[in-house]
Design a protein around this ligand. Structure first.
Ligand code: NDP
Ligand code: OXD
Length: 308
């Protein structure tokens, strides 16, 4: 049977021990603080210490406990063994709910009326039809595609941007760097569902965000590092942008004294858009462990060259 190491901040992955033991009878599971972890063949990770994976001589497979793998690939010493991530219909459904909620929050002016309610201000806004709100999704992968489809079902004018060309019923699709500015210039609500890679870090800077039409809003579900936050705040303060729902941050948890909590127009949510259960994670890790042992094709393998 295989041996597994859990690499994360202390205690985070404790629930995985019994779940993996149930899924993989005979497995040994060690936290990184235990000496046995160095000899494991499978590393299950969330933000492993830099250099830790390189210090595992028997390593055969690295598994992220998340959909994203930036938490692992940010370490240049990560050994060249297969890297898998979590892909799950439950996560996709949860993300779609979050995107639909965020879109309606802005489209139906809840951002304004919630703020007005604090001052006891009764103010109604003109109602727009969904077809008159253009929602642009950065990233048409597992998550972006489902969110786009559901937004189309609700009648929104939906577009999407990806690296490679795509066809998606009811969605205007754009691909490649040259298409980004035209895509942004026709987007009222921008949703980011990109992976964090060397090509997408800092993508949404002053120049890019200024391409959005005046009054546009951002829903950031991907990673904090996709946005140059000072540029975003400047564009909110100049009223070029109307608001932002921010679920992810370069530093998490966002410290309670961080100015973004109190920035007018910004709603901070605690990286809650789509959270995989430990059960789901353990099942997917165990399935890949069984496949590894049988020499079968692994599921949800990341392309290391692309970084996602
Ligand atoms: P996928 O890998 O399935 O999809 C990524 C999409 O982004 C693809 O369409 C890809 O294009 C596109 N893309 C990647 N790089 C570029 C680029 N340089 N230019 C244009 N498009 C690009 O990822 P998922 O949909 O599963 O997840 C996306 C991200 O969502 C995760 O990496 C994670 O950061 C975040 N996430 C956040 C959660 C939260 O709770 N806030 C929960 C889960 C995920 P192509 O199709 O051409 O390859
Ligand atoms: C993920 C996340 O990548 O939770 O799964 O952000």
């Amino acid at each position: 049977m295989i041996s597994v190491a859990l690499l994360s901040r202390p205690g985070l992955m404790d629930p995985m021990k019994s779940l993996l033991a149930r899924e993989l009878p005979g497995v040994t599971v060690a936290s990184w603080s235990e000496a046995a972890a160095r000899d494991a063949e499978l590393a299950v990770c969330w933000k492993p210490e830099p250099g830790a994976l390189a210090a595992m001589p028997k390593l055969k497979l690295i598994h992220s406990i998340a959909a994203g793998v930036d938490n692992i690939l940010s370490d240049p010493t990560v050994p060249d063994v297969p890297l898998c991530r979590i892909v799950d219909p439950g996560i996709t459904a949860a993300m779609t709910e979050f995107v639909l909620w965020g879109t309606l929050y802005i489209h139906r002016d809840f951002d304004r009326v919630i703020s007005n309610a604090r001052d006891g201000r009764w103010q109604r806004y003109d109602q727009r039809a969904a077809k008159d709100t253009r929602v642009g999704i950065l990233g048409l992968g597992e998550l972006g595609t489902d969110a786009a489809r559901r937004l189309v079902d609700l009648g929104f004018a939906v577009s999407g941007w990806s690296r490679s060309p795509k066809q998606l019923a009811g969605v205007r699709t754009f691909s490649g760097t040259d298409a980004l500015d035209p895509f942004l210039s026709e987007t009222d609500i921008l949703v980011s569902l990109l992976p964090l890679t060397s090509s997408t870090v800092g993508l949404l800077d002053a120049a890019r965000l200024s391409r959005l039409p005046k009054g546009a809003a951002l829903i950031l579900c991907s990673r904090g590092e996709h946005v140059v936050m000072d540029d975003l705040v400047a564009l909110l303060r100049s009223r070029h942008l109307r608001g932002a729902v921010l679920d992810v941050f370069e530093q998490e948890p966002l410290p309670s004294d961080h100015p973004l909590w109190r920035e007018p127009g910004v709603l901070v949510t605690p990286h809650m858009a789509a959270i995989a259960s430990w059960e789901t994670i353990a099942q997917q890790v165990a399935e890949n462990a069984r496949r590894l042992l049988r020499g079968e094709t692994l599921l949800n393998v990341v392309d290391r060259a692309r970084g996602y």
